[in-house]
Design a protein around this ligand. Sequence first.
Ligand SMILES: N[C@@H](CCC(=O)N[C@@H](CS)C(=O)NCC(=O)O)C(=O)O
Length: 215
Amino acid sequence: MKLYDTQRSGNAWKVRLMAGLLGIPVARQTLSIDRGDLARPEFLAIAPLAQVPVLELDDGSHLAESMAILYYLARPTAWWPAALADQARVLTWLAFEQERHMKPLAKLRLHLALHRNRDPQAPEMQAHAHEARQALALLEAQLQRQGATGWVATMDHPSIADVALYPYTRMAPMGGIDLEAYPGITAWLQRIEDLPGYAALFPGEPGRNLSTLEA
Ligand SMILES: N[C@@H](CCC(=O)N[C@@H](CS)C(=O)NCC(=O)O)C(=O)O
């Protein structure tokens, strides 16, 4: 399998994290948004939504959307729970990640850390910060409910909901969000980082998860 990603894409990081945790080898083809790679016809031909991540399967076909790719990789494993109600709970938290969590956190990181093209006090950035803190408060409350040994959507084994929620939560400080205010989240991040096969944003360099550098 081959993953089309960009070096710092949090959505593509989810896929590399899942592949690492599952021990599935996935080759990388790393594109550059700045260079215009995502607008090229050869990428658009394999990416129906014109975004990374895209996973190329061994039969040459392609999958788009991080949550769909996580499902594809994890479906035959304990990372996709067996019980119907647990599966539905995983979908609840995947929807939360896409609707309420990823967007404000990604925008804060993009504009305040990567592009550095907005004032943190600008109303638009303040609105993203407000939404991001609301999302993190909901995640914190859920992790507190699940207890020290539970996971976001499941109890006995982590699920793809943990993988989906990890990258943008981990990178929240790049957008000016201090995670010390969220002890349940901080402990959960550490538990994920302690799992065998954990993959950092820059392979083998977890200290660079919050780096703004390209390479
Ligand atoms: N909902 C999508 C979001 C994917 C997404 O936002 N990808 C970004 C990189 S993290 C991208 O390709 N941005 C370039 C663009 O939209 O032109 C997912 O979860 O995979």
